[in-house]
Ligand binder design. Structure first.
Ligand code: VG1
Ligand code: CO
Length: 543
């Protein structure tokens, strides 16, 4: 290896969004783009000399190229050690776990999560710090500022990439490289958190279907569900990680899961549920006989049934949800007499609460849930929570939900996405809306009245840092809510998300007509003046 310093013109677009830096593959593959971002990361973290770095990833297109650049730069700049997943694969939750477990200083995760992959898809890099937590905004902002100024980086010529096909150690130019089987280590962790014997016995009677969506969880599912829990292979779908995820976005919502839907039809009553996870393994979906479980309900139900899950039993002191996630969780928390924290969208805001053990369970409406075993949401962990409850309760997914709603009422929830809006128009629309919010207080629609309206600003209860303007919400007392914000994970145009929630306190009574979540979204479109600003009348996707 021959160290060299390359001069570059700085990139001005390396600001991380909700979860890491995400751009199209076309942008990421510009000469020096990855290297410039990585140099900015190393500079902001001090330096990489003598440090241990963990490199994870979901196997998407462009991972090999990016990984080679990062390893080369880390070795050139004197890293002590680099951990890598076998075949270059490591899920986001496994990376979060292993950064802490193995004592790495930080991790770089090569993933754009649920975004599509392939030559025409997206690529991304997430940065996680030494507790395994996603880098907070102060750090990602400093990296962006550094990248805007960067005029050179350090790399070597004649670098030969080590093989990732076998686990083991090598030393390259003074840096130790260790390839690990993260699937086995992750499954060992799960064995400490859940009653795997009870789950295995249950799955023998009533198997589940799992769709890995050609993302990173395929090998984890083989290790955990097949080898350790004895689930026959035929129940595991789309296990092979593919660079383009088989051509579909690896986003586990029912629209993207035709194979799982068909298998659920085929197996009918013979399976207990259908499940799936996203590209990098931090999200999950649970599909019962009556349809998929709303992630907001799932979170609330897991909190209410914590006593049936070994890692949560007797441990819940607090719970947290992102602000657009329904208040189904709040009702359960009040019932359990524990605190419920409300944070902005994105897992990084939960990390501090988890680190200080203020919360032991958190979740988001976007199919994300996790506990304090790691500092990321964890798709397979969420699925195991459900399986553990099913195994000990003897009830089905739909029976459990029906019971839950009978006790706590049902928070109907829907998310409406308006994709590829003109970014300037979308921003102006939200700014103008936010200035008018006061005028909506007192507005009535049927028997719902707006009681409060404002921007969602978050103050971290521990370090007291303020994160302002994370979205807008309109409250109809406890009964309903409208939330809206712009997505921070897209790579083209702007995506507006409108979220609506309606609490049906007594599920015996019929829902009002028209259907409240749709009615509230139509109301929000009107208040935002969406058609006027963005020329749109209808959502592109409803979940
Ligand atoms: C989306 C979700 C958010 C999630 C984020 C990262 O962000 O809404 O809840 O934390 O993706 O998830 P946004 O800004 O597009 O709404 V993942 O699985 O992409 O790491
Ligand atoms: Co993800």
């Amino acid at each position: 290896m021959r160290p060299t310093t390359l001069s570059i013109a700085a990139f001005q677009d390396q600001r991380a969004g909700t979860s890491g830096l995400r751009q199209s593959v076309a942008r990421f593959s510009q000469p020096h783009y990855v290297a410039a971002f990585v140099q900015a990361v190393f500079d902001v973290l001090g330096h990489v000399r003598g440090k241990t770095l963990l490199l994870a990833g979901d196997g998407r297109y462009f991972s090999d190229e990016a990984r080679a650049i990062i390893i080369n730069m880390a070795i050139t700049q004197g890293a002590a050690k680099i951990y890598l997943g076998k075949d270059g694969l490591m899920s986001t939750p496994a990376a979060s776990f292993l950064i802490r477990e193995l004592g790495a200083d930080f991790g770089l995760l090569l993933t754009a999560s649920h975004n599509p992959g392939g030559v025409k898809g997206d690529f991304g890099i997430k940065l996680n710090l030494k507790h395994g937590e996603p880098a907070p905004e102060a750090v990602t902002e400093a990296i962006y500022q550094r990248a805007c100024q960067l005029d050179s980086y350090h790399i070597s010529e004649a670098f030969i990439m080590p093989s990732l096909q076998e686990c083991g150690h090598t030393v390259l130019a003074g840096t130790e490289i260790e390839v690990i089987d993260s699937c086995a280590l992750y499954a060992d962790l799960c064995a400490r958190l859940f009653d795997l014997d009870a789950i295995a016995a249950f799955l023998k009677k009533k198997p589940m279907l799992f769709d890995a969506m050609h993302g990173v969880t395929g090998p984890y599912a083989l290790e955990l569900f097949h080898r350790r829990l004895g689930l026959p292979r035929e129940y595991l779908l789309n296990l092979e990680p593919l660079p383009d995820f088989g051509g579909r976005a690896p986003d586990p919502n029912p629209h993207n899961l035709p194979d799982l839907a068909a298998a659920l039809q085929q197996y009918g009553e013979r399976v207990c549920l259908g499940a799936a996870s996203d590209g990098d393994g931090d999200r999950y979906l649970i599909w019962g006989r009556d349809g998929f479980v709303s992630p907001c309900d799932s979170l609330a139900l897991i909190a209410a049934n914590a006593g049936r899950i070994p890692c949560l039993r007797g441990r819940l002191r607090g719970v947290a949800r992102s602000f657009p996630t329904s208040r189904a969780l709040d009702i359960v928390a009040a019932h359990l007499n524990i605190l419920c924290y409300e944070t902005p969208t994105g897992w990084k805001f939960f990390a501090n609460l988890l680190d200080h053990n203020l919360v032991q369970l958190c979740g988001e409406e976007s199919f994300g849930m996790g506990g304090n075993h790691v500092r990321e949401k964890d798709g397979l962990w969420a699925i195991l929570c459900w399986l553990n409850i099913l195994a000990v309760s003897g009830e089905s997914v739909d029976e459990l939900l029906a019971k839950h709603w009978a006790i706590f009422g049902r928070h109907h929830f829907a998310r409406f996405d308006y994709i590829d809006l003109e970014p300037e128009a979308a921003r102006t629309m939200l700014e103008d809306f936010s200035r008018k919010l006061d005028s909506f207080i007192g507005y009535r629609e049927g028997d719902l009245t707006i009681t409060n309206a404002g921007n969602f600003n978050y103050r971290d209860p521990l370090n007291h840092s303020l994160t302002p303007n994370q979205g807008i919400q309109l409250l109809f007392g406890e009964r309903a809510r409208i939330m809206c914000r712009l997505s921070g994970t897209g790579t083209t145009g702007a995506t507006l998300r409108i979220y609506t929630e309606f609490w049906q306190q007594d599920v015996e009574k019929p829902l009002p007509k028209p259907e409240p979540t749709t009615m509230l979204a139509i109301m929000a479109e009107g208040m935002l003046n969406l058609k006027h600003y963005c020329g749109r009348q209808q959502a592109d996707a409803i979940t």
